[in-house]
Ligand binder design. Structure first.
Ligand SMILES: [Zn+2]
Length: 292
């Protein structure tokens, strides 16, 4: 089954008078959604009791939680202190995820900055390898989900993320389709463009792990020089990528896991739209099959 939900809380959630993320699971369930990515991108700002409480409420409402780790992580840095801090951010987010009963932590790998990209990638690979070893010794079952990135100076091309995921089976890629579109100058315009992504993933990770993906989607503005500039809402149709081809591929390749809408301010409403498009295409496929 493929789950749909938002990253963080929509503006309309607050406009309707809600104040706390503890109210989100019931609100999302009422919208027909079943996933919620809790954003710790600016740091972990809750204690174990609150996390436990949110985890219990989410479970009660059948909302699958994932957590986005802080943006400050840079596993490619040459500075040992930056690596030590990055490791702590990851371990702390995993601990928070365990309190939340969330089984996925989304991580940005980092940036080579002015260093050679290949060497920076190798540093990041080795640093993540060591962190995964520690997590395994600790007995953690949380999946670390390295994300494909939208800016050209960030580590996180599809190739790099799949390479990093070869470290261990506990790693699941976060495929951010908006980012892949932006970093490749608007490359996702046909079903064939999306197919190439899924072929690479399944080829590299195999049929089982390659289907249990973590995914982000939003329309995105980009520049030729830098890549990602800004996330937009689903209705900002002047920006790609369109969701329909992606939805067709999700069905064709039998992708499960979680798809998170990361659009600007309307994440939950857009997640409902994406889920609707996906379900409609799925029904049409079944109808066609039954009538052959
Ligand atoms: Zn991210």
């Amino acid at each position: 089954m493929l789950l749909f939900g938002p990253s963080g809380n929509s503006e309309i959630f607050y406009q309707q008078g809600y104040k706390s993320s503890l109210q989100m699971p019931a609100w999302l369930k009422a919208m027909g959604l079943n996933a919620y990515e809790y954003s710790c991108t600016r740091g972990i700002r809750f204690g174990p009791e609150t996390a436990q409480k949110l985890g219990d409420i989410a479970k009660e409402h059948n909302i699958r939680l994932s957590v986005h780790a802080p943006y400050f992580i840079n596993l490619a840095s040459m500075d040992p202190e930056a690596i030590r801090k990055s490791e702590k951010y990851i371990l702390d987010t995993v601990e928070a995820a365990e309190h939340l009963q969330a089984d996925r932590v989304v991580v940005h790998i980092g940036s080579p900055s002015k260093a050679d990209r290949k060497e920076a990638f190798e540093r990041a690979y080795n640093n993540l390898f060591n962190i995964i070893e520690k997590l395994k010794i600790m007995g953690s079952k949380v999946h670390i989900c390295p994300e494909t990135m939208g800016k050209k100076n960030q580590i996180g091309s599809l190739h790099e993320i799949l390479e990093i995921c070869s470290i261990d089976d506990i790693l699941i890629p976060t495929i951010d389709f908006g980012h892949l579109h932006a970093v490749n100058n608007g490359a996702l315009n046909s079903k064939e463009d999306f197919r190439r992504i899924f072929e690479q993933i399944l080829d590299r990770l195999g049929d089982k792990r390659g289907r249990l993906l973590h995914m982000h989607y939003s329309r995105i503005e980009f520049t030729e020089k830098g890549g990602e500039k800004k996330h937009w809402t689903y209705d900002d149709r002047q920006f790609g990528p369109d969701f329909e081809y992606l939805a067709e591929c999700l069905i064709e390749y039998k992708i499960e896991g979680t798809l998170i809408a990361e659009t600007a301010g309307t994440m939950a409403e857009d997640a409902v739209k994406l889920m609707g498009i996906y379900n409609k295409i799925k029904e049409d496929c079944l109808f066609t099959l039954e009538n052959i």
